[in-house]
Design a protein. Structure first.
Length: 423
């Protein structure tokens, strides 16, 4: 870990600042939208636009990097992110915000692809797993820290948006000034969705449902808080609780993942998350219960991302794991685009109101649990000693981090197989 920090501290610092800026703009938009009188449905389209742009960026950024190089792509996307963040309070119009969020999502996706390829290049085969884990921790820590900055300025003014823009602008300085040389860039041709669905039905269906769950959390949690009448302090604490749960419960669930049938664990974790969402839907008037539910939802839904990837890998040949990553990311992105729109509709006054936020999450996680139960009847389980190791990944990662995680899983499986042969 010390070797990782010494070789990539500037990159990790820059990405930490970048995630603070991203987490801050996501929360403050939900609060500002309420102040400006945007409807819940309008805000749902605003939040969904980020994931539309993110999915587009994950597909196009690799080609941009191959054409003009890492540094130019990095710098160009950074300037667009800062500009859009300043634009939000100037153009308080839902259509302008939708377009801005598409641009923001596209740019952040490209930035993640660039930074993660740099991180992969800076790491060695021996510490690539630790580098990826540390990178994921930095991402979550940045989003959690961002919620405290929501309280620094008046959400009805410019200050918070300016802070987000400054953080993003500053984040690129340590990265661009210290990372040299730029790495060669290449991506694996993705496996077709038909092949992927045939290989791992639960992995595909689960990733689609989880895309909706995560995008609802990331995009609509602050909107829920504003619609439910929470104070600014309560909204920032509520949003942070999702990501604190993700960090705290990721590793215990990872430990269980390597010691039991992953389908059964996916079933239990999804049920726990659905239970937390149901409790919040019924008893959301109590803020402590709301926080506990958010912690449980975030602590189950985010680790499910890594669990589903590990489960899919159990049925893939080593040489196909990297190819499967593109398809799984795409499926998750499709679910993420739809998530905020459906959540916004359910949260409308004519439907369920603010509790519709938790109703949507509960329904998706329950559907995942039921499908996991169904899959246990369709195929025999793989013995635990023949499954691969689960790598920590969060839905905020780009396809590059996804492929790195696959490489780590392959290396771990090969090392374990070599040990067994020697014994």
């Amino acid at each position: 870990m010390i070797q990782v920090l010494s070789s990539a501290w500037a990159l990790l610092l820059g990405m930490g600042l970048l995630m603070v800026g991203n987490g801050l703009q996501g929360t403050i938009l939900g609060v500002r939208g309420e102040i400006e009188g945007f409807s819940t449905l309008e805000m749902s389209f605003v939040m969904s636009a980020y994931f539309l742009g993110f999915l587009g960026g994950s597909r196009l950024a690799p080609e941009m990097i191959r054409r003009v190089g890492h540094v130019r792509v990095f710098a160009a996307l950074a300037s667009f992110i800062s500009a859009v963040m300043i634009m939000y309070p100037m153009l308080t119009n839902p259509i302008a915000w939708v377009l801005g969020r598409v641009v923001i999502g596209f740019c952040f996706s490209g930035v993640y692809v660039t930074a993660e390829s740099w991180l992969n290049n800076a790491a060695s085969n021996e510490n690539r797993g630790q580098a990826l884990s540390l990178y994921m921790i930095v991402q979550m820590t940045g989003i959690i820290s961002a919620q405290a900055l929501v309280l620094v300025g008046d959400p009805a003014g410019y200050q918070t948006f300016v802070i987000a823009s400054i953080l993003v602008s500053v984040s690129f300085a340590p990265i661009l000034l210290s990372i040299s040389p730029t790495p060669a860039f290449d991506t694996t041709k993705p496996m077709t969705l038909k092949e992927l669905l045939k290989t791992s039905p639960l992995g595909c269906v689960g990733m689609f449902l989880l895309g909706g769950v995560f995008s609802a959390q990331f995009g609509m949690a602050a909107v829920y808080g504003a619609r439910a009448g929470l104070s600014l302090v309560e909204i920032s604490t509520f949003v942070a609780a999702f990501y604190i749960g993700a960090v705290v419960l990721q590793y215990p669930l990872g430990w269980f993942s390597d010691r039991m049938d992953r389908r059964f664990l996916i079933l239990l974790v999804a049920l726990a998350g659905a239970g937390g969402a149901t409790i919040a839907m019924m008893m959301g008037g109590s803020f402590p219960i709301l926080l506990a539910s958010a912690f449980l939802i975030g602590g189950t839904s985010n680790p499910l991302y890594s669990l589903l990837i590990a489960h899919a890998n159990d049925f893939l040949d080593h040489e196909d794991m990297a190819a499967a990553s593109g398809g799984l990311v795409f499926i998750n992105g499709l679910g993420a685009i739809a998530g905020p729109v459906i959540t916004g509709w359910l949260m409308g006054d004519a439907v369920f109101g603010p509790p519709g936020f938790f109703l949507f999450i509960a329904a998706l996680l329950l559907a995942m649990a039921l499908y996991a139960l169904y899959r246990t009847t369709q195929r025999a389980s793989i013995p635990v000693d023949e499954t691969g190791t689960m790598s920590t990944l969060y839905p905020t990662a780009s396809p590059v981090a996804f492929e790195v995680a696959q490489e780590v899983a392959i290396e771990a499986a090969e090392a374990e197989q070599a040990e067994q042969e020697d014994a």
